[in-house]
Design a protein around this ligand. Structure first.
Ligand code: ZN
Length: 197
């Protein structure tokens, strides 16, 4: 089990088209190759302890490798299915490999939940019951941050992510982190217990 970095010229060109930006195939491929190399060096040595840590914190198993598409558009918001990350900043520069690894950690947890989405307690229905007064984007991220806080190499990447959340004033994410980080083990315990009810 691991993460495979992928590039699809068709996917990348469609994203550019949808967002109204010119697509330059050669430059995009060169940027992808450079970033994939740097991300390999940053991520690969920590990968197995991070992925096993996520599995042991949740009791879930990755059922398949995580295919991680790197897109050369300066997409602001990454997503987890298919796991897709933009490698450029809005300024056009390439992102730092540490920043990409922190995004990958976060999205890998969403991806793990997605692989088991039919099964409570790692689903939005359970989280709605546990935190009924929070908006869905907070409910959705409390488990993510509780796991990130519980897995040491991922917790280092989380510090990096928190800097970005504060810089951009992403209050729902910060609210989810506040709830999760107060006592990550208790949060994970309350989610797990909810299965047995
Ligand atoms: Zn997320």
């Amino acid at each position: 089990m691991g993460v495979n970095f992928r590039y699809s010229g068709i996917y990348d060109s469609l994203v550019h088209k949808a967002l109204g930006k010119e697509f330059k195939p050669d430059a995009s491929l060169a940027d992808y190759r450079r970033m994939a190399r740097e991300l390999e060096a940053e991520w690969r040595p920590k990968e197995q302890s991070i992925l096993f840590g996520m599995e042991s914190a949740t009791g879930l198993k990755f059922r398949m490798d995580v295919e991680c598409y790197l897109i050369t558009h300066d997409l602001f918001a990454p997503f987890s299915d298919p796991l897709t990350i933009g490698i450029h900043k809005p300024s056009g520069e390439l992102r730092e490999p540490k920043r990409l690894a922190s995004i990958l950690c976060h999205e890998a947890i969403h991806n793990l939940f997605m692989q088991h989405k039919e099964k409570p307690p790692w689903d939005i229905g359970t989280w709605r019951r546990l935190w009924p007064d929070e908006p869905w984007n907070v409910q959705n991220h409390i488990p993510v941050y509780a796991v990130l806080e519980s897995v040491p190499p991922a917790a280092d990447y989380l510090k990096h992510e928190l800097g970005v959340l504060r810089e951009h004033g992403l209050t729902n994410y910060l609210r989810a982190w506040e709830i999760a980080s107060a006592d990550p083990r208790a949060v994970l315990g309350s989610i797990t217990q909810n299965t047995q009810q």
